[in-house]
Design a protein around this ligand. Structure first.
Ligand SMILES: [Zn+2]
Length: 192
């Protein structure tokens, strides 16, 4: 997965800086009350409707599981008041989770993003409603699912193969050659 670069204008110079050392949490939202169903639309609404310097969230995830960059990680968001704005990255999933659940694709993207952010800075999950009298991110939103750890990559061994032989003698000859060259080697079999 990847984060889609911003394709809209924000006024980063008017945003407060947020040093990484201040960041402790990731704060989840849904877009419910927002009439604009895209990251660019939310940005427009937050600038024109709210008078902010740009989109209030750091990330937006749509129903197809596409992750859009909002604010830079180095800037404070505008999403859950104080102290949350100054110590968290804001993640907004598009939809109204008072009425329905996020899609599987949205959860999968959220899990990837959560893993990605935690590689940058260890953070703990929060919701908008932890800080304010709001339903956000909605009763059908499952924070555990949204931040579920990704399956661990299997550990791999790297095997050097120098050839496969139809005749056993030819395989044995290769082993002798390799042994002579100082590479300890052995024969394994597999079915054709
Ligand atoms: Zn919210």
């Amino acid at each position: 997965m990847e984060i889609k670069k911003r394709n809209f204008q924000i006024h980063a110079d008017r945003m407060a800086n947020m040093p990484r050392t201040n960041v402790k949490h990731g704060n989840f939202h849904h877009s419910a009350g927002n009439p604009m169903g895209t990251a660019a639309g939310i940005n427009r609404w937050h600038i024109d409707g709210r008078g902010w310097a740009g989109i209030g969230y750091h990330f937006v995830i749509d129903a197809e599981g596409t992750i859009y960059q909002g604010r830079d990680l180095t800037k404070e968001g505008v999403h859950a008041g104080r102290p949350a704005n100054g110590n968290s990255w804001a993640i907004c999933l598009l939809g109204n989770f008072e009425n329905y659940a996020p899609t599987d694709e949205q959860y999968a993207a959220s899990q990837w993003l959560w893993d990605h952010l935690n590689k940058i800075k260890k953070i703990t999950p929060e919701e908008h409603r932890d800080h304010m009298n709001t339903a956000c991110p909605g009763k059908y939103f499952d924070l555990k699912e949204a931040t579920k750890p990704l399956p661990k990559e299997p550990e791999l061994f790297y095997r050097v193969v120098t050839g496969s032989f139809g005749e056993k003698e030819n395989a044995e000859r290769r082993v002798r050659e390799l042994d002579k060259a100082g590479f300890q080697s052995f024969i394994t079999t597999f079915k054709k």
